[in-house]
Design a protein around this ligand. Structure first.
Ligand code: NAP
Ligand code: MG
Length: 482
């Protein structure tokens, strides 16, 4: 199967006629191809989106009333649910993620679309008290055309939170999916066209990040750019956007800690802690990849996690084991090298999972690894691995726990496990993170909960009502009437 771009509600051949292989991570074999988009393709997509908006917000998309826009988004959510199985199969084949994870992704995407559909007619400005004789009001206007650079780890969810919110705010979108995860996004654009989204409201240009992605972030017609991915690429995208005064939301991953105190309910905590690093084979921006454990229960926690890690198995999506393969050979090599480096530094492996015998030797599998007594300054404690690798370290008291937790460049999510309610709240205020969970850890949280980073984890907020503001331009209108 050879896929083209999806622009203006139609499949469209790329400018250069070139394509890229789509690889099945379970086997390392190509099974399809996507178009290798360039700046000319991005121009065509941006023009289609501009036409949907119209010169004076009179285009076929912009002129819809809020309730018509909301109804289309509700219909989109329903169509995603109707096609959820097909979308999940496509995603699992393309990215290697376990089928159950891909099914969850489709369901969460539908939730985002429902949530933002419900927000459309509740997104409004205010009237402001000002000098006598004036009436002042604010209106929230669409920005115009927004750009969305989507990574390969949760393509459908990230499409939902970013494209869903932008459409709800009334913008038209140009999407550049990751080259390793374009198929679900192309299908989603096609589904939108089928259910009646006007041409140009949603456009997808596939290709390489350094080509199509860079062209999208540099395009003069793009009024806002959303990016999720690595810190280094995020800085590049943010800088390019800033040069033409284009606002950006950057969600750049993390090294998120969970703090487990002596008084924690371990029966509650351990399954959540395990899932937070195993889900999607650890390829989750908000993965709980550092575990800080108070000394009194340290050996107990290590022992119980060791049993669980030793039972973990990785295999192809269809087997629906604990983890699928990693997304590509580059990620597999990265995880391997970080694990090997840590072992070379003498950091102790407490447990390893297994790769299923049925798994192809050419697939990009990596077993789960549990490291113990990890020095806080080591690479495995400081850098995002993006694999099923958990770094555990002990602490003595609250002050040390906070210092360790805040002791990386990142700040996306944090978790605190304690039966002491005051301590939970106290620490939630001290931890440097965009989201803090007490006695729970939802990688990413619900669609309703604002999400995003501090420090090298990025800036701006996605999810929840908060995200909508970022996709609007606030205008203040001051009327002197005497
Ligand atoms: P990446 O380079 O940051 O890629 C993320 C997205 O940006 C992809 O859609 C990519 O497209 C695109 N991109 C790449 N270069 C670009 C450029 N110059 N201009 C505009 N867009 C560009 O990440 P990666 O290389 O796939 O993964 C490396 C590491 O990044 C991972 O190990 C992980 O630590 C981190 N990461 C984090 C997240 C997250 O959720 N926060 C997601 C993915 C990766 P192509 O893939 O087509 O090149
Ligand atoms: Mg692939």
């Amino acid at each position: 199967m050879e896929y083209r771009h999806f622009i203006g509600n139609a499949w469209r051949a790329g400018d250069n006629g070139e394509s890229l292989d789509v690889i099945d991570p379970s086997t390392g074999e190509p099974f399809a191809a996507i178009a290798r988009g360039n700046a000319a393709d991005i121009d065509v997509a941006v023009s289609a989106a501009r036409n949907a908006m119209g010169e004076a917000l009179d285009g076929p998309w912009a002129k819809l009333s809020p309730v018509e826009r909301a109804n289309l988004l509700f219909a989109y959510a329903a169509a995603v649910l109707e096609n959820a199985d097909e979308l999940a199969q496509l995603e699992a084949r393309d990215t290697g993620k376990a089928l159950k994870t891909a099914r969850t992704d489709a369901a969460v995407l539908a939730r985002y679309l429902q949530y933002y559909a419900g927000c459309v007619d509740k997104l409004h400005g205010e009237t402001l008290p000002y000098t006598t004789g004036f009436t002042v009001l604010t209106v929230r206007e669409p920005i115009g055309v927004t750009g969305h650079i989507i990574p390969w780890n949760y393509p459908m969810q990230i499409y939902g939170r970013s494209v869903g919110a932008s459409l709800a705010a009334g913008n038209a979108c140009v999407v550049k999916p990751a080259e390793d995860a374009s198929l679900s996004i192309l299908r989603l654009a096609e589904i939108a066209a089928d259910i009646g989204f006007p041409a140009g409201a949603i456009n997808v240009v596939t290709g390489l990040g350094s080509e199509a992605g860079a062209a999208l972030s540099a395009n003069e017609g793009i009024g806002h750019i959303s990016f999720t991915g690595s810190t280094a690429t995020g800085a590049l995208v943010g800088r390019t956007a800033a040069e033409r005064h284009c606002p950006s939301v950057l969600e750049l991953g993390g090294k998120s800690p969970q703090l487990v105190f002596d008084d924690a309910d371990l029966d509650e905590a351990l399954p959540v802690i395990l899932n937070a690093i195993i889900q999607n084979a650890g390829q989750t921006c908000s993965a709980g990849s550092r575990l800080l454990v108070q000394r009194g229960i340290y050996e107990t926690v290590i022992e119980r996690l060791t049993q669980r890690f030793e039972a973990l198995r990785s295999g192809p999506p269809a087997m629906d084991l604990d983890t699928g393969p990693l997304v590509n050979a580059k990620q597999q090599a990265r995880v391997r090298s970080m694990v090997e480096q840590a072992e070379g530094e003498g950091i102790r492996v407490a447990a390893r999972g297994k790769i299923a015998v049925e798994a192809s030797r050419n697939g990009f599998f990596h077993e789960a690894v549990l490291f113990r007594d990890v020095p806080p300054q080591s690479r495995i404690a400081q850098e995002e691995v993006f694999g099923p690798v958990l770094a555990v370290m002990p602490f003595d008291d609250e002050a040390e726990a906070v210092k360790l937790a805040n002791g990386t460049n990142y700040g996306l999510v944090a978790g605190v496990w304690t039966r002491d309610g005051s301590r939970g709240l106290r620490l939630a205020r001290k931890l440097q993170a965009g989201q803090v969970f007490v006695n729970n850890y939802g990688a990413g949280g619900g669609v309703e909960l604002p999400f995003g980073g501090v420090k090298a984890s990025g800036h701006g907020r996605e999810k929840g009502f908060e995200a909508l503001y970022g996709f609007t331009s606030l205008k203040t209108i001051a009327i002197r009437h005497g």
